[in-house]
Write a protein that binds this ligand. Structure first.
Ligand code: NAD
Length: 363
């Protein structure tokens, strides 16, 4: 009997539906070639969810996500929703999905495809062959800690407070994810903190070190202060394999790492933790190019690859997709965001078609 999976497909807003449509074409090829049965359950999210039901994360969308084996998300947001109440903004749907699905680990690979080495703002020799993974804690730390807020003191001066909190169990579970993925890569983890100044990250370092000693001694562990890590990422990024860090440090370092590759339209991500994981490109809804068939669908297509690797136990599909993308880039095809002199410019749909054609030959 063929294996059957249900995937919640949430295209969202702006270029979200365009890039998701190309990723769905890819899912259908994999389905046919591997003899799987994929039930794709498409639901509105973000601005589209708000327009359909008055809420960016409609109940039926959340249910579909919870019941699925994996979630594929396009992007949410757009200028038309920037003035509505904060609690109903499209971006709230992402926070809702993360907390409802208990997605505490965000995995962001930053991989430089050979053909795009020149697209980076760094020297080619610094980024050539780069393949690193930032594992960011996603549901704790200073973004969620209490107390928080702004109060007015006696005398009228205002004071703002946010609190950096981590429990041992929160640190253990994110560190486990990092060590586990490192075992499937080059077996190196660098844990990033600010243990010299912040007690909470001193605890982070202690707990990561203990866990490593007890369960993951086959992985090489190092520690780095966040200010140094920010510097090392541009000085010599290839020294890293997996970086694991807190929510706020990970937010900043993963954006920095993504820029090493030169294009936001190329980078996938996975959010793991609970029963169902979520896969999405790192870019937003790009309202400036929406509806123009100009978006780069490769980040979303590579997110499908991560889905097969982490949720559907088919790492071979991820490898095949990465190879297909590499070969298309080697052949000179480029969407506008990665276009350079002498290359052949294609639209979103044509790029999707190229992936489909090459994948059909590969699987
Ligand atoms: P953005 O990522 O949407 O766009 C930044 C720039 O990159 C734009 O010039 C855009 O044209 C370009 N770009 C992005 N993705 C591209 C692709 N696949 N192909 C080609 N070019 C691409 O970020 P922004 O402009 O700051 O935000 C736009 C909207 O997206 C906002 O409403 C924001 O809140 C939302 N947003 C959503 C997510 C998400 O859904 N996960 C993430 C970030 C921003």
């Amino acid at each position: 009997m063929s294996q059957e999976y249900t995937i919640a497909v949430l295209p969202g807003d702006g270029i979200g539906p365009e890039v998701t449509a190309e990723a769905v074409k890819v899912l259908r090829v994999v389905e046919t070639r591997l003899g799987l049965k994929l039930n794709l359950n498409e639901k509105p999210v973000g601005g589209a969810g708000y327009e359909a039901t008055g809420h960016p994360l409609p109940g039926e969308t959340l249910e579909a996500a919870k019941e699925a084996d994996a979630v594929l998300l396009g992007a949410v947001g757009g200028p038309q929703w920037e003035t509505i109440d904060f609690s109903l903004r499209p971006e709230r749907a992402l926070l809702g999905l993360r907390s409802e699905l208990n997605l505490f680990a965000n995995l962001r690979p930053a991989k430089v495809f050979r053909a795009l080495t020149e697209a980076s703002t760094l020297k080619p020799e610094v980024v050539e062959g780069l393949d690193i993974l930032v594992v960011r804690e996603l549901t704790g730390g200073i973004y969620f800690g209490e107390p928080r807020g702004v109060v007015t003191l006696q005398g009228g001066e205002r004071r703002g407070t946010n609190t950096l909190v981590y429990t041992e169990s929160e640190i253990v579970r994110i560190a486990k994810v990092a060590f586990d993925v490192a075992l499937k890569r080059n077996k190196k983890v660098c844990s990033v903190d600010k243990a010299n100044v912040l007690e909470a990250t001193g605890l982070w370092r202690e707990v990561v070190t203990d866990l490593h000693k007890k369960e993951f001694s086959g992985v090489e562990l190092s520690h780095m202060y966040v200010d140094n890590a920010a510097m090392q990422l541009v000085r010599n990024p290839k020294q890293f394999d997996v970086i694991v860090t807190t929510n706020m440090f990970g937010d900043i370092l993963s954006d920095e790492a993504s820029m090493l590759t030169g294009s936001i339209g190329m980078l996938p991500s996975a959010s793991l933790g609970g029963k169902t994981a979520m896969y999405e490109p790192i870019h937003g809804s790009a309202p400036d190019i929406a509806g123009k068939d100009m978006a780069n669908p490769l980040a979303t297509i590579l997110s499908v690859g991560m889905m097969f690797k982490y949720s559907l136990d088919r790492e071979d599909v991820n490898t095949a997709l990465e190879n297909v993308v590499e070969s298309i880039l080697e052949a000179g095809y480029r969407t506008k965001d990665i276009m350079s002199k002498g290359m052949k410019e294609v639209g979103c749909k044509e790029m999707g078609d190229l992936v489909v054609q090459a994948l059909e030959k590969k699987l």
